[in-house]
Design a protein around this ligand. Structure first.
Ligand SMILES: [Fe+2]
Length: 204
């Protein structure tokens, strides 16, 4: 079964004014779709990987044949990262988390405000293209990290709970070179209920 582009869970213009409609159309319909088709093209050469989930491909990348390993890392990463990205945003987003996730963030970072600052700085400071993440490590510890290109925390055995795309394609039409403004606006889109579900699932 080839990998498929998941539909956006809301309309292209639903995240306005924070993320504009045209950016969403190109980002989902061209960029994400491109990662999916290139991932499928690479996997055609190795039928034994046909039923591997994208999470397994990234988590066990050393078992992926060398001739397609870089293509899987980049395009599988692009597919997994963007699928997560759409799912943790909502037109009714923003505010702060509650419950177990709020407690875990407070315990790991001191306060929600400090966590927000740390992730914003990691995302703003990523040189070139990449992502900022809230991840859960194997010992159940929350951490902020950033990765280059389409690298996923899954490559290092960590589970991404929430992520922000800081490739220019994610913000340039509306924000041009003002990446920090995009990051600040993005916080207004976070679907904390979806993030809490990811956190609960990752913690097991
Ligand atoms: Fe992107």
């Amino acid at each position: 079964m080839p990998h498929e582009l998941p539909p956006l869970p809301y309309d292209h213009k639903a995240l306005e004014p924070h993320i504009d409609e045209q950016t969403m159309r190109i980002h989902h319909g061209k960029h994400h779709a491109g990662y999916v088709s290139k991932l499928n093209a690479a996997l055609e050469k190795h039928a034994k990987l046909a039923d591997w989930s994208v999470e397994r491909l990234l988590g066990e990348l050393n078992k992926v044949p060398e001739d397609i390993r870089t293509a899987v890392r980049n395009n599988g990463g692009g597919h997994a990262n963007h699928t997560l990205f759409w799912s943790i945003m909502s037109p009714k987003g923003g505010g702060e988390p509650s419950g177990d996730l709020a407690e875990a963030i407070k315990s790991a970072f001191g306060s929600f405000a400090k966590y927000k600052e740390e992730l914003s700085n990691a995302a703003a400071g990523r040189f070139g293209s990449g992502w900022g993440w809230l991840s859960l490590d194997k010992r159940g510890k929350l951490l902020v990290e950033s990765t280059p290109n389409q690298d996923s925390p899954l490559l290092e055995g960590r589970t991404p709970i929430l992520g922000i795309d800081v490739w220019e394609h994610a913000y340039y039409l509306k924000y041009q070179n003002r990446r920090p403004d995009y990051i600040q606006a993005w916080w207004n889109t976070i679907n904390w209920g979806a993030v809490a579900e990811r956190f609960a699932a990752a913690r097991g």
